[in-house]
Design a protein around this ligand. Structure first.
Ligand code: PLP
Ligand code: COI
Length: 342
């Protein structure tokens, strides 16, 4: 088999159908053994819990071709664990961690011709997800579920690749205190759609959400956590119970501390203080670490002095080190890289 004829360096963050996906069904209190299928469609009841009450959770991770031609994915065990938290919160059955990782590996292996080549700038995005599939009309959890994993080659999440983006402070909230912001539930993204369309229409790349209770603290964007850099090169990230615990952010904090020797701090970040930071980045599987040059607060521009025109030096070092680990030319911490036997 040969690599697919795709213009790898010019694809965006979109869906390209690949050959195989994984599916396992939950019925009568148990998961079936699961299988790969070529069928990219899903047939469910018109009254399925996912359609009526949005009972669905998902994950996102990537597979990479390393410099020496291996195919690897990054910390899939943490995605499996986060999905366990998400499913628990939405009263869905648990999909075992080992089976999750095995399903991810099977899907990458079955679609190896879609794993972008080393150096192309593209990666294979993997999307595990689960939804309530049987008919439910009273508000209650489903009894039957599907767990699926598909993959699609992707390019950069933000148009323009690694150029600093401009985001705006949103007047909408993303997540309530004690709500669902800390899990990866589809409902969190449904309610961000109005705000993201509005942001794009007004010329902004993303929304910065503040905490819903006081609107004084920085939370995250619709699809990534924040990292800030102080003038003394300390890396600061917001701490909140209503943001998604990003695997990329947790990894970058380790990279900052253990690889770059920087001080790191996870703490509440007041919106009023962000003008004191000299660099800002958005981190996530899709975003990797994307530099933010400017935050627009209702017309007032907050500019990050070292990262406005070009990616700032600390964000760049963090990005280069993390991607170096993912692409196999920097030694990874134990357990971060999961090699796929293709
Ligand atoms: N925050 C939100 C709301 C997200 O959707 C994502 C993407 O998964 C992230 C943060 C980043 O998380 P991760 O680094 O695990 O991809
Ligand atoms: C990811 O980074 O995997 C996400 O799920 C973010 C999404 C907005 C594409």
């Amino acid at each position: 088999m040969a690599k697919k004829d795709i213009d790898w360096s010019n694809i965006g963050f979109g869906y390209i159908k690949t050959d195989k996906r994984y599916v396992s069904n939950y019925k009568n209190g148990a998961w079936d053994e699961g299988t790969l299928t070529t069928d990219d469609t899903v047939t469910i009841s018109e009254c399925a819990c996912v359609l009526q009450y949005a009972q669905t959770v998902f994950e996102g991770l990537k597979a990479y071709t390393t410099e020496d031609g291996r195919v690897v994915c990054f910390r899939p065990d943490l995605n499996a664990e986060r999905m366990l938290d998400s499913t628990e919160r939405l009263k869905m059955p648990q999909f075992p961690k080992e089976r999750f990782v095995e399903a991810v590996k099977e899907v990458v292996k079955a679609n190896v011709d879609y794993v972008p080549p080393y150096g192309s700038g593209a990666t294979l995005y993997i999307r595990p997800y689960m939804f309530g599939s049987n008919a439910v009309i009273g508000v209650k959890p489903a009894e039957e579920y599907q767990f699926r994993v598909f993959c699609t080659p992707v390019g950069p999440y933000f148009k323009g690749g690694v150029k600093p983006i401009t985001i705006r402070v949103s007047d909408f909230d993303r997540a309530a205190p004690h709500g669902s912001g800390h899990i990866k539930a589809g409902l969190n993204y449904a309610m961000s759609l109005y705000a993201i369309v509005d942001a794009h229409e007004k010329g902004f790349d993303e929304n910065m959400y503040l905490d819903a209770a006081t609107r004084t603290k920085v939370e995250e964007t619709g699809g990534a956590n924040f990292l800030f850099v102080t003038k003394d090169k300390k890396v600061v990230t917001p701490k909140s119970n209503s943001i998604l615990p990003s695997i990329t952010r947790r990894s970058l904090m380790t990279v900052a501390k253990d690889y770059l020797g920087l001080d790191v701090e996870e703490r509440e970040v007041m919106f009023d203080e962000i003008g004191d930071f000299v660099e800002c980045g958005l981190c996530g599987t899709a975003a990797v670490i994307s530099p933010v040059g400017c935050v627009n607060d209702h017309g007032k521009e907050i500019i990050f002095k070292n990262g406005h025109e070009e990616m700032g030096p600390v964000i760049k070092e963090l990005r280069d080190t993390l991607t170096g680990i993912q692409m196999g030319h920097i030694k990874a911490p134990e357990g971060w890289i999961c090699e796929i036997d293709v």
